[in-house]
Design a protein around this ligand. Structure first.
Ligand SMILES: C[S@@+](CC[C@H](N)C(=O)[O-])C[C@H]1O[C@@H](n2cnc3c(N)ncnc32)[C@H](O)[C@@H]1O
Length: 266
């Protein structure tokens, strides 16, 4: 079902599963922190292609998975393992109005892994949406990119565009807040923050930096006019990062910095 999305869908679940299957696997830490209970009804915000949502659905009574990408939601529906799961195409920044217009019952918990940093246009609307989704006393347990996340690739992408006369930073799709700033936003919007931390996580990529950029760096690449320009920029970034981020055995690693949060609706 498609609701409240206006942007073109730039996500490709096949690319995601090829180049980034580590993302849902590494989401297991935050899933364990959620500690879902068998009677609970839980919202998975930015559920993507549904691998982690399947695991969550095995632990609780009911799951609603929402994501702005129809492509990702279609894949999630194809691999759905539990009958207690519903999926919808919804922009997380329009969560409040979707909940009201569809009269969606309140949730015991909101869960999100590796998704909130993509909702850059209006992070406060996302926080308000999570607040509106919860029962009083309900919890949000989320992990997303935080301050300094994938800093080396992020900077290299921005600089590649700057060198071509563009304002590279303006093409970044990511909101990577510090723990201090995100705590303030949560407290200003009705949450009691129980735990918030930036956690560095060296991450072994499935493929290489070029595959990572193809999967996640699409907004930067789209700023370039021709396929040749795009390929040149990617080659340049790969060579810039190779000395620091390719291991002796040829595998590629980058430093993710995760913002992990547990907060309660007041
Ligand atoms: C890196 S994937 C993570 C997916 C999943 N949670 C997982 O762990 O595999 C990020 C997801 O955020 C979704 N996303 C990006 N912007 C969004 C928005 N404004 N509203 C809802 N979902 C969004 C993307 O479509 C994508 O599926």
């Amino acid at each position: 079902m498609t609701e409240n999305t206006t942007q073109e869908d730039q996500w490709d679940s096949e690319n995601y599963n090829t180049h980034a299957s580590f993302v849902p696997k590494l989401g297991n830490t935050i899933l364990a922190m959620l500690n879902a209970q068998s009677h609970e009804r839980i919202l998975d915000l930015g559920c993507g292609s549904g691998e982690l949502t399947n695991d969550l659905a095995g632990q609780c009574a009911h799951v609603v998975g929402i994501d702005s990408s129809e492509n990702m939601i279609n894949k999630a529906i194809r691999i759905q393992r539990h009958k207690n799961t519903e999926y919808y195409v919804v922009d997380g920044q329009a969560l409040s109005s979707w909940l009201t217009s569809k009269q969606i019952p309140l949730f015991d918990a909101v869960f999100s892994s590796a998704a909130l940093h993509w909702m850059k246009e209006d992070p406060v609307a996302v926080i308000k949406g999570m607040h509106d989704a919860l029962k009083p006393g309900g919890r949000m347990v989320v992990e997303a990119g935080g301050f300094m996340n994938v800093g080396e690739v992020h900077t290299a992408l921005i600089q590649a565009l700057n060198r071509r006369g563009l304002d590279g930073k303006s093409y970044s799709p990511w909101f990577f807040p510090s723990d201090v700033y995100y705590k303030q936003l949560l407290e200003e919007n009705g949450f009691d923050v129980k735990d918030i931390a930036l956690v560095p996580r060296p991450t072994h990529l499935n493929t290489d930096i070029a595959g990572w950029i193809e999967t996640f760096g699409f907004t930067f690449l789209e700023a370039l006019k021709t396929e040749q320009e795009r390929q040149e920029a990617v080659r340049e970034i790969v060579e810039q990062l190779r000395p620091g981020y390719q291991r002796e055995d040829g595998s590629w690693h980058i430093m993710y910095v995760r913002l992990r949060v547990v907060a309660i609706k007041k």
